[in-house]
Design a protein around this ligand. Sequence first.
Ligand code: M6R
Length: 602
Amino acid sequence: MCGIVGYVGEKEKKEILLDGLQELEYRGYDSAGIAIIENQQLQHFKAIGKLQNLRDKTKSYESEGFGVSIGHTRWATHGKPTELNAHPHLGEYSFVVHNGIIENYQELKTELQAKGVTFLSQTDTETIVHLFENYYQQNSNSFEAFTRTIEKLDGAYATLLVTEADPDTIYFAKNGSPMLIGFEGKDVYFASSDTPIIGKATEVYYLEDGEYGYAKDGEVTLFDANGEKSFSKKALATDKAMAQKDGYRFFMEKEIYEQTQVMNDTMMGRVLDDRVEFEELSGDLFKNINAIKICACGTSYHSALAGAYLLERIAKIPCHVEIASEFRYKEPLLRDDTLFITISQSGETADTLEALKMAKRAGLKSLSICNVDNSSIVRESDKAILTRAGIEKGVASTKAFATQTMVLWMLTLYVAQRKETINKERLQEELDAMRHTPKTLLVSDKLHERLHRLSKRYLHGHGFFFIGRDLFFPLALEGALKLKEISYLHAEGYPAGEMKHGPIALADSELFTVALMPKTLHYDKIKSNVEELSARDATILAISPEPFELADDFVQTTHDEHPMLEFFEMMVVTQLLALEVSIRLGNDVDMPRNLAKSVTVE
Ligand code: M6R
């Protein structure tokens, strides 16, 4: 995920920026850049790949005396990882770095282009710097130009801007993406999280949404919608390891909370007002395609299963899902009217990669859904859709699963539009529900506290069954996988209707059943399956918008109107349950025993 650093002061700036960016490396990035103004002169450097490449490029440069400087690491979301798309973005005499999404960038870009502005990158960020210079031309007041620029932006952003028009000032604004200001004497630092400034600054101010202003002469002037405001600094933490987790106890916890934000990135530029668009898919990928086969492992396999329900139901295309390690050795019959889709967070999973190679040898067209650009699976596929979840560090996958499932839902609508299996009204309903998803993924303190309290009752027993029907069966599989990975308790996911064909023999008070009971999909059916288990004294944890009197424990979800919204809300509940059980058991949540984040061996 992208990272920002900035510094105003007398110290050597290049090293401050590069060190700061180094501290943000753990977030993942594919290009980096810095811009410095001193002695009224702008200098900038950009490089793709590792920070070392940027270090090499700046070897002979050293900054001296007072100046302003900004830096950025970019994780490609909109536009490929190239030098042109790397930040800082240049206007004619100003530079900008930005995290987040400018939702109305296309509209702003079109207006600026009509005025003769040339854009060099494919990013939304570049709009900010051109907008600023456009306003500056009107009355040569850089603060006013910056304020007017910020007023025009819709969406989430944390941004820093420097300009030769005002060479001793850094302009900043925050709305929806994190940004903080560090202080030490006359030195002022900016960063998107604590780590780059720990050891440099001693005090910090965490900007609130809607705040903006400038740093000049060692002073920060802050504004919000009501005008200039005062602010109080706090002592800055000194523990870098803790700071990398943004204050969360574990990366997995941080990643669960991040889901609301990354979902916006996943949809950005793809979920449009009246349709879904993937600029990465050319027109002929679906030509002569009559079926889809999806291959994946683990969590990615579970998202594939959920996707298959959607693809068959809405896009009316036969869709078959296989575990990659099984597929490889079963001598599968492959037909060239089948699109072969692989799903992988890492893009390096050996079994999935081999399955893809087999399909290619058989002449099938291929598409990968992946979180890592330029990974082996992406490179091997004809086409790729990036999930844009940002780096995932917890071994137990959370936000990767959420974004994979979202991409499959979007792909479903994309195919349905092409095959005309969806009418306008239904399409609009689906798009509305998609846009609502980030809200559904918000973790409230109340929900987290509830799962924390409940978790103490689920630390023993002879096993867990997660049960669900339809779309909620893959979610049950995923809920069980999460729990077993990090708690080491036995857990199985099962289709609720299948329990009576065998597993119900295990039912007693020590069998914990986590029942996914959405209101929008087969509620009465799942209810009677849970009643059967309750009658055999199984301990029931029901997750549902509808109170269920036979439940021993109950987590109430929202009365959403769309099954996918219920899906994502229940997904968060199962993730938090696994997290809290694991923490209570004293396990290493982020690095569970025997598991690796990327499984590159067979
Ligand atoms: O990188 P991939 O998505 O291809 O990885 C597949 C599985 O190894 C992965 O999902 C694994 O099951 C996770 N530990 C799940 O939390």
